[in-house]
Design a protein around this ligand. Sequence first.
Ligand SMILES: Nc1ncnc2c1ncn2[C@@H]1O[C@H](COP(=O)(O)OP(=O)(O)OC[C@H]2O[C@@H]([n+]3cccc(C(=O)O)c3)[C@H](O)[C@@H]2O)[C@@H](O)[C@H]1O
Ligand SMILES: Nc1ncnc2c1ncn2[C@@H]1O[C@H](COP(=O)(O)OP(=O)(O)OP(=O)(O)O)[C@@H](O)[C@H]1O
Ligand SMILES: [Mg+2]
Length: 274
Amino acid sequence: MRELQAEIIEELGVRPEIDASQEIRRRVDFLKDYLAATGAKGFVLGISGGIDSTLAGRLAQLAVQEVREASGEARFISVRLPHGVQQDADDAAAAMDFIAADEQFEVNIAKPVAALDEAIADAGHPRISDFNRGNAKARTRMIVQYAIAGDRGMLVLGTDHAAESVTGFFTKFGDGGADLLPLAGLNKRQNQALLRELQAPELLWSKKPTADLLDGQPQRADEEELGLTYDQIDDYLEGRDVAESAAEAIEKRFVASRHKRAVPATYWDQWWRA
Ligand SMILES: Nc1ncnc2c1ncn2[C@@H]1O[C@H](COP(=O)(O)OP(=O)(O)OC[C@H]2O[C@@H]([n+]3cccc(C(=O)O)c3)[C@H](O)[C@@H]2O)[C@@H](O)[C@H]1O
Ligand SMILES: Nc1ncnc2c1ncn2[C@@H]1O[C@H](COP(=O)(O)OP(=O)(O)OP(=O)(O)O)[C@@H](O)[C@H]1O
Ligand SMILES: [Mg+2]
């Protein structure tokens, strides 16, 4: 195994082999323990129709149900957050059905994102690019989730997992902005395995991952943007040999995205010098 590969696996806590039902138990217990330790009233999560939010959402609903079965109080709120019309809205609806959250809302982020655009243009700054507008969409989703969570004494879940963490493939303070990460340490195929164990419909666990942030390229596959397949990333994270070019591309992304896995840098930190 490559030296940096071993360090990354250790840092992200990836296990090459997992027992799906045990992983579900550990993660549901983590969510329950966190509620017990903090006194928070439950969780909020945006549901896109993609693999990660379907899994994290279902784990959250199972956790709050178990809290209530033990005479506690906790609820889960799932939030649809389309930007205008979402092309895969049917998948999002299927995910909402599968998760069966205690409460469900739909907040369209098209107007707030457009208002931000206009305000920046009105100030005389050139219009922001489609790419950076995409990050603004992810951050707008974060703001909606925190607004709801703040009002209800709840916590915001994040869906970051090892295959996104290693590549820094998330928006800093957007989908990366969350209170706890129930999928930490899992790679993409392990997320799929947990969803299968939970008996999610095939259309949800087999769905092609997409950040779906660009107006110009709706539903663009993550693998296309990354120039890497999730199989390559997952193999790398399981300590397997992958093509030299793929390993180098993953490691380059890992190093460049260190700042996303750390709290904001200060003068006494050293990690940013590397
Ligand atoms: N060395 C450094 N130290 C401290 N901060 C640093 C930095 N370099 C950049 N930054 C800051 O970070 C910012 C760039 O980071 P960020 O804003 O995240 O933007 P960036 O990493 O450029 O873009 C986000 C990427 O994540 C992908 N994404 C986003 C959301 C969801 C998903 C998904 O999988 O669904 C994927 C998206 O497609 C895109 O490729 C810079 O504007 C700068 O403020
Ligand atoms: N259209 C959307 N509606 C609601 N939440 C969204 C939307 N798009 C993204 N999110 C939130 O941002 C998170 C990050 O998006 P990401 O694409 O990585 O995950 P996903 O869509 O759940 O799964 P996949 O990676 O398989 O597409 C989602 O898990 C979800 O919480
Ligand atoms: Mg997605």
